[in-house]
Design a protein around this ligand. Structure first.
Ligand code: ARG
Length: 463
């Protein structure tokens, strides 16, 4: 008998005669994942209730009872004693139902001048802001590890690559610092995302605002927001700040994936440039010799799910008419998964880089290949007045000759060198020594030790 004094189950049950079908409940409920918003929901509700009381929309005694109830619920959540009930769809209705169980019908006043639409928007903003700040700390930590690794290996020369073919020697520190700068830009993108997530949506109501004399500025201030949404429809229906966070995450994990790819290559038998610590590798159940770089491979692999979450969110949003649509509930799992992925991957990567072993003797052998110095031989000819194009051709011929005769460039006798160009009769000194080649690249941003030292100092200053 609807409306006949029977106990209403859900806050919205009034106009319904029949119960929701169990399969529908299961399909529409977000509780299994949005329960992670519980503490943000309490925090938002607390600010809302204080404001309702300060503006006289509810009285101070009522507010006190509600706040006490919310505090009890907070303790239940923290101590994992909160009785989550799927019947009540999402975390917002679960908390409201628990509140009325605890304090009676006055609990029903908590939702005055509020809708779940602006409530969930608020929770998600609070959540993104908190997690984004935590991820920034992880990023800073990773940057510090990179700097330390660069600093400790300032004298190590490695082959630099293009097309994964040995190209020119570079300092290992220079190579590592390249990732520092990528992460610096990632952190700038994250700051941008934080700035735009810093908007307070509460007060938008379901979509149109509210007729109650609320004080949105006060709520924003209590919760530490710098700005408020200026349009109620916008406040409840956009998720651009989530898309922006996922874009940042996608670019970041692309960078991490490249770094991991290099760790995987460098730790292979073929390269042998580094050895990962046992703690960060795993064995094979069949092949006793294996030491697999699983952590690096998984970070590389997990880039897929992060890009997936970005694409999924863009797709969810693209056709939605204003304002709230249930599709928006799909904003959660991909975001949560991305945050979990980054929060697991970043510290692991930092640990792994911090203790990996650099195989200096293997690197010495690798840069001993003096074809890496071919450009410098061409540059030498240019300094003798040959055009760069011609010099390039001459050195190309020399390489061909060396390959045919199984010689390195530095093993050519003066007599042999002279055949290619008269200027090569001169003493070429240590031109074909990779250390010399590296030292010559002193331009700003180049790989010479002084330039890298400057980079390092600049990087330290930025932290
Ligand atoms: N669980 C919902 C979500 O995450 C909360 C908002 C529901 N609003 C509604 N009108 N059904 O989006």
């Amino acid at each position: 008998m609807p409306g006949g004094g029977e106990e209403l189950k859900k806050p919205w049950q009034g106009r319904f005669i029949k119960d929701t079908a169990p399969e529908v409940l299961k399909f529409t409920a977000s509780l299994p994942y949005d329960c992670r918003l519980a503490l943000f929901d309490i925090e938002g509700s607390r600010a809302h209730v204080e404001m309702l009381s300060q503006t006289g929309i509810i009285n101070a005694d009522e507010a006190e009872v509600i706040l006490k109830g919310l505090e009890d619920i907070r303790e239940e959540i923290v101590s994992e004693k909160f009785p989550y009930d799927l019947e009540f769809e999402d975390i917002h209705m679960n908390i409201e139902k628990r509140l009325t169980e605890k304090i009676g019908s006055v609990g029903g006043k908590i939702h005055t001048a509020r809708s779940r639409n602006d409530q969930v928007a608020l929770d998600m903003h609070l959540y993104v802001l908190e997690e984004a700040k935590a991820i920034d700390v992880n990023l800073l930590q990773l940057q510090k590890v990179l700097l330390k690794c660069a600093e400790q290996n300032l004298d190590v020369v490695i082959p630099g690559y293009t097309h994964l073919q040995r190209a020119q020697p570079v300092l290992l520190a220079h190579h590592i610092l390249a990732y520092f700068w990528m992460l610096k830009r990632d952190r700038e993108r994250l700051q941008g995302a934080i700035e735009r997530a810093d908007l307070m949506p509460l007060g938008a109501g379901a979509l149109a605002g509210t007729g109650f004399p609320i004080d949105r500025e006060r709520v924003a201030e209590k919760l530490g927001f710098k700005k408020l949404y200026e349009n109620s429809l916008d406040a409840v229906s956009d998720r651009d700040y989530i898309i922006e966070f996922l874009s940042f995450s996608s670019i970041l994990i692309m960078h991490l994936s490249r770094l991991c790819e290099e760790i995987i290559l460098w730790s292979s038998f073929e390269f042998g440039f580094i050895e990962l610590d046992d703690a960060h590798t795993t064995g094979s159940s069949m092949m006793p010799q294996k030491k697999n770089p699983d952590v690096a491979e998984l970070i590389r692999g997990k880039s897929g799910r992060v890009y997936g979450s970005l694409l999924s969110m863009l797709t969810v949003m693209k056709g939605l008419p204003l304002a709230y649509n249930k599709d928006l509930q799909e904003d959660k799992e991909g975001l949560f998964d991305t945050i979990d992925t980054l929060k697991a991957a970043l510290p692991l990567l930092a640990d792994m880089l911090g203790v990996m072993n650099i195989n200096r003797s293997r690197l010495k052998e690798a840069v001993d290949d003096d074809y890496l110095c071919a450009t410098d031989l061409a540059d030498f000819l240019v300094r003798q007045g040959v055009t760069f194009r011609e010099a390039h051709h001459i050195v190309g011929k020399m390489i061909g000759y060396c390959r045919q005769n199984s010689k390195r460039l530095r093993e050519l006798e003066v007599q042999e060198r002279k055949q290619f160009h008269s200027a090569l009769a001169e003493d070429i000194g240590d031109l074909l020594d990779p250390v010399h080649v590296v030292a010559a690249r002193r331009c700003r941003g180049g790989t010479a030790p002084e330039s890298v030292q400057q980079q390092l100092e600049l990087a330290y200053k930025l932290l």
